[in-house]
Design a protein. Structure first.
Length: 231
């Protein structure tokens, strides 16, 4: 059944986040702060590992620069926040502070879950051959991560399962077209560029930076275009 991998992946995030929300209620604030720092450092390491997969770092640099400019013009970050806050207001009953936290959790988790190579490769396999194994493995990873993220970022992490469903489901539906476009060279630079964005999530979580990660998302499209014509 095409799309089963994405369904399982989305459900794993929901279940993991639900467990995280329950656990959070019993954690002292001091513990939550320490755990959050641990999450930030772990996310940073994940991003570094992905970023190091680049074979053409110049392509990544150009993509982040050009993509960042495009993102600032469009102001994708603001749109993401509006969507997250709109959802958050309905979940939080109109409380602005709670809806803002939900928006942050939604945006950060969505980028984290959708930026990796497993999301692309697994969704293509799912669409072309019905092989769900890659997405099942991703579901296990995302489920564990969502437990910890939701315990610190709240219900926005659970809502990010919608982003995963739409993103990976679209790739599965368009798998035949995307497979011809995505070469190993392009996939490596896509992974590396996504890794840099995930690094930014890590440093933001640690309070070291305030990178507008949403405005850098066009870099993922730019690096694929650069890869198609120059790699």
């Amino acid at each position: 059944m095409p799309g089963l991998g994405t369904i399982v992946n989305s459900l794993a995030i929901v279940v993991g986040a639900f467990i995280g929300l329950i656990i959070k209620r019993g954690l002292p604030e001091k513990w939550q702060e320490t755990i959050m720092n641990g999450i930030g450092m772990s996310i940073l390491i994940i991003g570094i590992q992905m970023a190091l997969k680049s074979n053409q770092i110049v392509a990544v640099i150009f993509s982040l620069t050009i993509g960042g400019i495009i993102g600032e013009i469009i102001d994708i970050e603001a749109w993401l926040n509006r969507v997250g806050e709109w959802i958050g207001q309905r979940v939080a009953g109109g409380r602005s502070e709670s809806s803002a936290k939900i928006a942050i959790g939604f945006a950060n988790a969505s980028i984290l879950y959708c930026s990796g190579a497993m999301a692309i490769v697994g969704s293509i396999q799912d669409g072309l051959t019905g092989d769900h194994n890659t997405l099942f493995a991703k579901a296990a990873l995302d489920g564990v991560i969502s437990v910890v993220l939701a315990a610190n970022m709240g219900i926005g992490v659970m809502i990010s399962s919608l982003s995963v469903g739409i993103y990976q489901g679209s790739i599965t539906l368009l798998a035949g077209i995307i497979e011809e476009f995505i070469t190993k060279a392009i996939l490596a630079e896509l992974t590396a560029t996504g890794g840099v964005l995930i690094m930014a999530i890590g440093t933001n979580t640690l309070g070291l930076t305030k990178v507008r990660i949403g405005n850098m998302l066009p870099a993922l499209i730019i690096v694929a275009i650069i890869g198609k014509f120059f790699l």
